[in-house]
Write a protein that binds this ligand. Structure first.
Ligand code: ATP
Ligand code: MG
Length: 236
């Protein structure tokens, strides 16, 4: 692993919507929030899965900022770290990760034991829990459905983080439990074939793709933050 590659995985996931609420990028997160609200006329979107084509596209950064943006709007929000392979939400929100989603699926423990409050009003967090040897098997368990139903009765919005869809099957499994899926891609390195492949995998799983976020800071596009394009179900 090159140094640059290693740094990509270890860098902080900056909560810009909290630290710089007036920055352009924070406004963009709020726009994504509005667009999610209007993305579906018939179904109210109350759970959104963030996945990506490739690793390190910015899913966790965007999911965390979106969760804060929802909480700031007064929505009772839960960030669910369903990336049971490379979880980061416990680092971003500086909480322990001794128990979380993996423990909730495997053990019969009360929800209160895994739900952590954060420094943000209206925002709770369920971290990944210990990384299991068989993440896809855990995510296929029928218990996940029951967990999601329970969470959605308690929260206005459940934001889920996940691994990249072209690498492992987890996001396909998780997409069944989300009202909508947002595909994040790194604008500096994405490619049409990969995006189409990601879209096909999500469609095969019956996912409701509600948009794509083009994340990155290429000089030719933006001065700062994620450059995004967002519209109803298009990745062509
Ligand atoms: N728009 C951005 N501007 C600057 N840095 C960013 C941006 N988006 C993400 N990063 C940085 O890129 C790195 C990877 O981001 P992140 O961990 O969110 O990606 P990921 O898709 O969740 O990765 P993984 O596939 O490992 O789960 C992090 O160090 C993060 O701080
Ligand atoms: Mg991540």
């Amino acid at each position: 692993m090159s140094r640059r590659h290693k740094d990509e995985y270890n860098g902080p996931r900056y909560l810009v919507v909290d630290k710089q609420p007036h920055a352009t990028v924070s406004e963009q997160f709020r726009t994504i929030r509005t667009n999610i609200m209007y993305s579906s006329v018939n179904t109210e979107i109350r759970s959104v899965l963030f996945t990506s084509d490739m690793a390190a596209a910015g899913k966790s950064t965007i999911a965390s900022n979106m969760a804060v943006a929802y909480a700031q709007a007064g929505k009772k929000t839960l960030l669910l770290d369903a990336d049971l392979r490379r979880p980061t939400s416990h680092e971003t929100f500086r909480v322990a990760n001794r128990e979380g989603l993996s423990t909730l699926i495997v053990n019969d423990i009360p929800f209160q034991e895994v739900i952590k409050s954060t420094e943000f009003e209206n925002l709770d967090l369920i971290t990944s829990g210990p990384i299991p040897p068989n993440p896809a098997e855990l995510l296929s368990a029928s218990k996940l459905e029951a967990i999601m139903i329970r969470l959605m009765t308690h929260y206005d919005m459940v934001i889920m983080d996940s691994p990249p869809i072209l690498s492992v099957t987890d996001a396909q499994l998780l997409s069944k439990h989300a009202n909508g899926v947002v595909l994040v891609t790194d604008v500096g390195s994405n490619n049409r074939n990969r995006l189409n492949e990601a879209k096909d995998l999500l469609n095969k799983a019956g996912a409701n793709i509600i948009g794509i976020v083009l994340n990155g800071r290429p000089k030719q596009y933006k001065r700062d933050g994620p450059y995004y394009h967002y519209q109803e179900s298009t990745v062509t």
